[in-house]
Ligand binder design. Structure first.
Ligand code: PAF
Length: 281
């Protein structure tokens, strides 16, 4: 496995591969890798000839009062995990490498970027879209892999790729959960043992939504109100949103008569966690 730190070297390695007609898969990450990331890597290994994983904690997707400085970083351990998975390239650039001094160009996916997490994290999706566009420009992958856990991010990236005529295929992989249902996230590492127990309320609210849906409830407002009741039993967890939207445009739905995304975000102590399920009639 080769670790690359500069855009010049990454671009030239990717171009060499393309000249050999190898199908290149990219898994963009911010490091602090867990089984969720590794499931993306395994999907990439299955669907590409050569796999590159980027590890870059992207400052522009964090708000001023968010956790950029303390976001978990452990490049050495991440590389060990990736080596074991048979990854060929790790791209771990510095901030200066990705954002040249004086950079003023942004990618904004209008509308979608202000919904779900975009509503409570202004600028977040502009940072995500911009860095993912940069990674696509540098690596020029044939296919890129993202997790369904960040459902709004998936919608933003798919729309960017479509709108900007990017020649990359987007593959979305299922959420990986702990045995008790908690969705894997690098931010779970922030949780105290008590918070870890309280965090299960996110999954519980989604299960409640799934149950009501299975029983025939199709009114989005009623379903959301019922799902939110799970939070009554965990007053220490602060619900940010629980919304039912269409998974592509992230527009709120009134009736669940099409594929629907139930997305939830909540603060468990100071840690903001997200989760979601897709409901299909
Ligand atoms: O999902 C993430 O880890 C990040 O948002 C991404 C896609 C790597 C962009 O920084």
């Amino acid at each position: 496995m080769k670790t690359i730190n500069t855009t010049r070297e990454m671009r030239s390695a990717a171009r060499d591969l393309r000249s050999q007609r190898a199908r290149l898969g990219l898994v963009p990450t911010m490091g602090a890798l867990h089984e969720g990331h590794l499931s993306l890597v395994r999907a990439a290994k299955a669907k590409s000839d050569v796999v590159a994983v980027s590890i870059f904690v992207n400052p522009t997707q964090f708000g001023p009062s968010e956790d950029f400085a303390r976001y978990p970083r452990n490049l050495e351990k991440d590389c060990e995990l990736l080596e074991r998975e048979g990854v060929e390239f790790v791209f771990a650039p510095t901030v200066e490498e990705v954002y040249p001094r004086g950079a003023v160009t942004w990618v904004t996916v209008e509308g979608l970027s202000d919904r779900l997490c975009g509503k409570s994290r202004p600028g977040h999706f502009r940072g995500v879209a911009t860095v993912v566009a940069k990674l696509f420009n540098i690596v020029e992958p044939d296919v890129a892999f993202f997790g369904q856990k960040d459902a709004a991010q998936v919608a933003v990236i798919k729309r960017m790729v479509r709108d900007l005529n990017m020649a990359v295929q987007i593959e979305v992989c299922p959420i990986v959960r702990e045995p008790d249902g908690l969705a894997l996230s690098s931010r779970n590492a922030y949780l105290s043992p008590d918070e870890r127990k309280m965090a299960l309320v996110l999954h519980a609210s989604l299960q409640r939504a799934q149950k009501l849906f299975n029983e025939g409830e199709r009114n989005a407002a009623k379903l959301a109100a019922e799902a939110k009741k799970a939070f009554v039993w965990q007053p220490a967890v602060k619900l940010d949103y629980l919304d039912i939207v269409d998974p592509d445009g992230l527009e709120p739905l009134e009736t669940l008569d099409q594929k629907s995304l139930v997305a939830v975000a909540a603060f468990v102590g100071n840690t903001r966690l997200i989760d979601n399920i897709l409901l299909e009639p």
